[in-house]
Design a protein around this ligand. Structure first.
Ligand code: GLC
Length: 469
């Protein structure tokens, strides 16, 4: 027992000192809550994966390459010199930052995370430490982060940068090939390089550049795939960012044992979320982050809206991705879905923005149209036909399946409901209590076929519910 306690103490000191090595005083809970406030309010953001990989768009030497579009150099084992030729065809003359940010804003998104540099090492900004960038290596020869920052400023949207701090298949970073602490040779001998030299002379200077040239942005640095990242390398990057942006939000993918501010489940929604921890599910709209011309495996708007409700009901944020083309266009199916989500958010956003997790413990529930209680009330069944989010003195019900019985039964709610309103129409709903729980009388038709929101006003500031376990 004593040994374990000692081990725990040492681990705690190690983590704590990780934060302190930067010479910063430990952040208090109040300071952290204040720093995270905008992000917790936001709940919904746009991920943008854009780069040279949108030129091959999933094809190499006439053959389709399996996997994410932005991984084509790795999956296709494309030699550096050959891959770099794609940059000659990267000329996004149709790119309009204001159109992109407006589409995100109208979708109800409050922040944007764009790939400043992905694993292929191509910088979408005017970097001075490598010629492998949009200004020096393409006919377009303009930094795209600058107009995005201006557009975000105009529309009141926060801007963050994804930066692949470890994998860099053209500037000598980790090739992602499993190895020790140094970058192993990848698929091209030209990739052989020293990892610490890459960190010191590419990653750190570039992170300083993206933290210095875009006004009040970035509000977030989104690290990824900490291959060959040890504590020393991670600490240096952490210090470089914090020296310039002390209140920045960092995710949990820096490496070196750094936990970051946010968990980052990818392409899935953790069943219980991460209680007590900030987290964000990032997800593609189709099957790839970076553009692939043949990937038309689009999720329905219904799925995307219900994902948003599900994530918010577990206390998380939704970071939904688009993969623009090499011409600078957002695929139309992405724009269509963003517009449809925006229509829903315009009516129902109050149930999402700044909301907290469901008070009903496990997954939200449903009721059976066949099984009834003794007084004929539909029996509560744990399933996935509705969600709940909360605000002080309120519960929002996001009802996916409209009950044919026209009665919605909410078991276990002890707080008195003083008002029940259908958000989309303003219609007041009759509320009654029964042995099965609170019952709402609903109109025959659901106001929204995807998710209809009911706002419950409570007599208590925080909902009192029976324990669910
Ligand atoms: C994975 C992929 C990367 C993508 C990221 C988004 O790490 O390797 O290409 O950017 O997911 O979360």
């Amino acid at each position: 027992m004593k040994r374990n306690l000692l081990l725990l103490a040492l681990l705690g000191v190690a983590f704590f000192s990780w934060q302190l090595q930067a010479g910063e005083p430990a952040e208090t809970k109040e300071q952290r809550d204040s720093r995270m406030t905008w992000w917790r309010e936001a709940k919904f953001g746009l991920f943008i994966h854009w780069g040279v990989y949108s030129v091959p768009a999933g094809y190499y030497r006439g053959k389709s390459v399996a996997g994410n579009g932005e991984w084509i150099m790795n999956k296709g084992k494309i030699p550096m010199a050959e891959y770099q030729l794609f940059a000659k065809d990267f000329n996004p003359v149709k790119f309009n930052a204001y159109d992109w940010v407006k589409a995100a804003k109208e979708a109800g998104m409050k922040y944007i995370i764009i790939t400043a540099k992905h694993h292929d090492g191509f910088a979408m900004f005017d970097t001075k430490v490598s010629k492998w960038n949009i200004v020096d290596a393409t006919p377009y020869s303009k930094d795209v982060l600058k107009p995005l920052a201006e557009a975000c400023r105009k529309y009141g949207v926060k801007l963050g940068f994804y930066y692949s701090q470890a994998q860099d298949w053209n500037n000598g970073g980790s090739t992602g090939v499993p190895s020790g602490t140094n970058a192993a040779p990848g698929w091209d001998t030209a990739q052989k390089h020293d990892m610490d030299d890459y960190i010191d002379n590419i990653a750190i200077p570039q992170v300083k550049e993206i933290c210095s040239h875009y006004g009040e942005f970035p509000a977030v640095i989104w690290w990824d795939t900490p291959r060959n990242m040890n504590t020393n390398r991670a600490q240096k990057l952490y210090d470089a960012v914090h020296a310039l942006r002390p209140s920045i939000i960092l995710n949990n993918r820096l490496g070196g044992g750094y936990n970051g501010d946010t968990e980052t489940p990818e392409q899935h929604i953790p069943p219980q979320g991460y209680p007590g921890r900030d987290w964000e599910t990032c997800m593609t709209m189709n099957g790839t982050w970076g553009y692939k011309k043949d990937d038309n495996n689009w999720k329905s708007t219904e799925t995307l809206i219900r994902n948003l409700c599900d994530i918010a009901s577990k206390g998380g944020n939704y970071l939904l991705n688009i993969g623009p083309t090499s011409e600078g266009l957002v695929p139309q199916p992405s724009l269509d879905r963003l517009a449809e989500i925006g229509k829903w958010m315009k009516v129902n956003g109050e149930a999402i923005y700044g909301s907290g997790p469901t008070p009903f413990g496990a997954e939200a529930g449903k009721f059976s149209d066949t099984e009834k209680d003794k007084d004929g009330t539909p029996k509560f069944m744990a399933n996935w036909d509705w969600r709940a989010t909360t605000k002080p003195g309120k519960i929002f019900l996001e009802i996916f399946q409209w009950p044919t019985s026209r009665r919605f039964v909410l078991p276990g709610l002890l707080s008195k409901v003083t008002d029940a309103t259908l958000v989309a129409t303003g219609q007041k709903l009759a509320v009654s209590a029964s042995s099965a729980g609170m019952t709402l009388d609903l109109p025959a038709e659901a106001p929204d076929k995807i998710a209809s929101v009911v706002r419950l006003e409570l007599a208590d500031t925080s909902p009192k519910v029976e324990s669910t376990n």
